[in-house]
Design a protein around this ligand. Sequence first.
Ligand code: FAD
Length: 392
Amino acid sequence: MKHLADKKQCTGCTSCANSCPKCSITMVRNAEGFSFPEIDSGSCIDCGVCRSACPVLHGKKESRQNTIAYAAYTKNPKIRKESTSGGLFSELASEILNRGGAVYGAAYDENFRVVHQCIENSEALAALRGAKYAQSELGDCFSDIRKRLKNGQKVLFSGTPCQVAGLKAFLKKDDDNLFCVDLVCHGVPSPMVWESYVRYRAERDSDGLMPESVNLRCKDSGWSRYAYSVDFTYPCGVRYLRRNGEDEFMQMFVGDYVLRESCGNCPEKGYDRKSDITLGDFWGIWDIDPGMDDNKGTSLLLTHSEKGEKLFGLIKCRIQFKKVEAEEASRMNPAILMSVTHKKERQETLAAISSGGFQPLNIPDNERTDLKTKIKNKVKSLIRKVSKNQKQ
Ligand SMILES: Cc1cc2nc3c(=O)[nH]c(=O)nc-3n(C[C@H](O)[C@H](O)[C@H](O)COP(=O)(O)OP(=O)(O)OC[C@H]3O[C@@H](n4cnc5c(N)ncnc54)[C@H](O)[C@@H]3O)c2cc1C
């Protein structure tokens, strides 16, 4: 990979693979389970197209001063229950689908691998709903999006900030018909770890029979104050339901044991996003505006462009919303501004799972990080950093 971004920084966005005129680049998983581009030196003509399409080597920082922040949730109770936070992704996607557009987002395939899919009707929207906590496979989505835009079709692409940066670098120019929605992203776990965990659960819960549904953000136990649960439901009627901090995969994800290396130095943090809209959980809304928190999920929605603000305008009649200060929103959600710090045991954890299958963290119960304590600690450290900067 001497031509492309350093492995520590490569986000695996697929822009290079999709742009190669000779199809000489394949995305291949490494031992940790993350995909990286591999160049076939036999067919490569060294034209440099892949390098110019790399968001790490050539990504421009947007300097947008016009971010507007909202707390919001859909008035549709079914969509809200099935969604991670306030169900805004589904409302935005519906607007595009109703206008004959295509929507790209992350779904589970039949083996619970996380893959990006394209949908063109509302019946298929449920598959894209909900957060899947593994880096998704994009395949040839970017090339497909370019074809649709050339044909004048509207497209909504939803993904992590680095995936949006990849798409923008691949397309090189903006298009009035393209709407990009990114997430407030903690970091992406290894797909290898996630897939091993699904098999591990199936063996323990139902003699190896795969689950029929998985919901990592089940709201049966509530949403407010990080009260959500992990839910695996099996065809035999068995259900595994645990509060997020008690689940062995969530401990690894939230504890920063199994994230992609580039997540430790993410260039897409901050408010100057390449997307038109950013969505996240509005953690802390219970303190900022308790009237917007009924424990069923509230989204943080940031608009960064006129296009984003217009799309948001179209869904206003179907949602409950309130404008808030952007800085206030990030106070309890450090993932908007700060990259993760990988655990020092990251490499050994990934190596052990890669060679021996999923195994829980070998740490005492009282040292296991649950989301609530972790966010509290991060908020404290963020506040310390901000006040130190202000003093200087
Ligand atoms: C890996 C990951 C980490 C996150 N970290 C945070 C965080 O630290 N703080 C925070 O406030 N919010 C975080 N989020 C975002 C949050 O969980 C919700 O996805 C967001 O609030 C949108 O919720 P919703 O109710 O509007 O819609 P939902 O229907 O819940 O959102 C689904 C959307 O998320 C996309 N999506 C789901 N999984 C993936 C994936 N693996 N890769 C790319 N796109 C995906 C789908 O394409 C779809 O567009 C994270 C999401 C992911 C996937």
